[in-house]
Design a protein around this ligand. Structure first.
Ligand code: SAH
Ligand code: F3S
Length: 431
């Protein structure tokens, strides 16, 4: 059997795309996977281009694979950097056998047999493609609910690498969830760039269902215990959506609300479609409807034109909201985006802002975690980790570990927290 080595960078959507490619290569081409690229017959890198990862890093990595791989092994570059660099990849690294864009994953078998194929059409529509089945985790099923993104955030390259947004028909999503549950998964994780915009455009003549209705239908699947999703967009968080979120017991009480900036002026320059006040108002509504909710966010510091006063607004939102988790980034100019040529903030100032924000975040987290001490959470165990521990997540997305082994995997347990750490809490299972 031929062997596949796959390296996946970037977001959860890329992880699911990799699962889709593995599924196609297993079922249609007879591949098995390997962790060692030196014994692989096919090497795939599934790339991310959201922030600048110096392009030379990709090429030096490719060079390394090329030097040490099996002589007959093929190399394919997939994902968002494939979409954006296209045939330039083969020009610069002629030993690369094919380039497959983030919106063309379903063509993996095709490009495998066409030397020097470059498939990167961002208008290609694979929203109804029936992928074969492969999941990395038996406990939790990642399911795409849309492809592409219709927004035009001025910093973001994604609409240029994944194309326009098309929703996947609801019956396909529900069938996929049902299949995952039948094979033992108790949690589904819905994926899209903009999940709460779901249902705005379908490619075929399919029943129009919005996100709230989709959540409602999924929760009718018996034996499905948990529904998570990422990412919703603050602009689309209407009352109906927040109320369904709060009311539906199968929806995990953890919400990712990508703020990006706390300054309404910067938000306008980013074309995010909401203001600081709207964001805070949505957080208040969410917490009023659902007091146990945990809220995570993404923040970009030093977007072009961000003044000290703008940055202070971001800090103000952090202090008001006290996010349970923050993914923070220094602004990175991306090709083909509107902000690409905006004058940049001094890089020294950008680093200082990022470090200030992260220090404040750590202080807030330490305080929040202290509040978790001695509390009891219902944890779904998913992973064996080091030193005889098993880890899982509470409904509101706190990562908790307990001493234990395989038999805990895929089970729900009541766990009392007895030690705290910055990224993971420790607890004991209540008898
Ligand atoms: N729709 C997705 C966004 C994908 S990009 C979502 O809402 O999660 C993931 C995150 O990367 C963004 O939320 C943003 O915070 C960050 N990001 C995107 N482009 C960036 C850039 N040019 N510089 C720095 N961070 C960026
Ligand atoms: Fe990017 Fe904005 Fe879409 S961050 S993925 S253009 S919602």
């Amino acid at each position: 059997m031929p062997k596949l080595f796959i390296e996946t960078l970037g977001c959860a959507m890329n992880s699911r795309d990799s699962e889709h490619m593995i599924a196609q290569l297993r079922e249609k081409e007879g591949y098995t996977t390997t962790e060692d690229f030196k014994e692989a017959d096919l090497i795939l890198i599934n790339t991310c281009s959201v922030r600048e990862r110096p392009v030379h890093k990709l090429f030096s990595e490719l060079g390394g694979f090329n030097k040490k791989k099996k002589k007959s092994a093929k190399i394919g570059v997939c994902g968002c950097t494939a979409s954006h660099l296209g045939d330039e990849i083969i020009k610069r690294a002629p030993y690369v056998n094919f380039v497959l864009g983030a919106r063309n994953v379903s063509k993996i078998s095709e490009v495998l047999h066409k030397d020097k194929a470059v498939e990167i059409d961002i208008n290609y529509d694979e929203s109804e493609f029936a992928f074969d089945d492969f999941r990395t985790s038996p406990y939790k099923a990642f399911i795409n609910i849309s492809i592409g993104c219709d927004k035009a955030c001025t910093f973001c390259i994604v609409p240029k690498t994944r194309g326009d947004e098309i929703s996947i028909p609801a019956d396909l999503i529900i069938n996929e969830a049902q299949k995952a549950v039948d094979s033992g998964a108790k949690e589904v994780f819905l994926l899209g760039q903009n999940v709460n915009n779901y249902g705005r455009r379908f490619s075929g003549d399919t029943e129009k269902v919005n996100f709230t209705e989709l959540l409602n239908r999924l929760s009718k699947i018996e034996k499905l215990e948990r529904i998570r999703f990422t990412s919703p967009h603050p602009f689309h968080m209407d009352d109906e959506f927040i109320e369904e979120f709060a009311r539906n017991p199968k929806i995990c009480k953890s919400m990712h609300m990508p703020l990006q900036s706390g300054s309404s002026k910067v938000l306008k320059d980013m074309k995010r479609g909401y203001t600081k006040e709207w964001f805070i108002n949505r957080v208040e509504k969410l917490r009023a409807e659902c007091p146990t909710v945990s809220i995570s966010t993404d923040i970009i510091v030093a977007f072009p034109g961000e003044s000290d006063a703008d940055f202070a607004e971001t800090i103000d939102v952090m202090k008001q909201v006290r996010f349970d988790q923050i993914f923070s980034f220094k602004y990175s100019p991306r090709p083909e985006t509107e902000a690409e040529h905006f004058p940049e903030v001094d890089s020294e100032i950008a680093s200082q802002r990022l470090s200030y924000l992260q220090t404040l975040n750590n202080e807030i987290l330490d305080e929040l975690h202290l509040e978790s001490m001695d509390k009891t959470y219902r944890v779904y165990f998913e992973e064996l980790i080091r030193d005889g521990y098993v880890s899982g997540r509470s409904d509101n997305n706190i990562v908790i570990k307990v001493k234990g082994s395989e038999e805990l995997l895929g089970t729900f347990q009541e766990v009392k927290v007895n030690a705290i750490g910055r990224t993971i809490l420790t607890g004991e299972i209540l008898a």
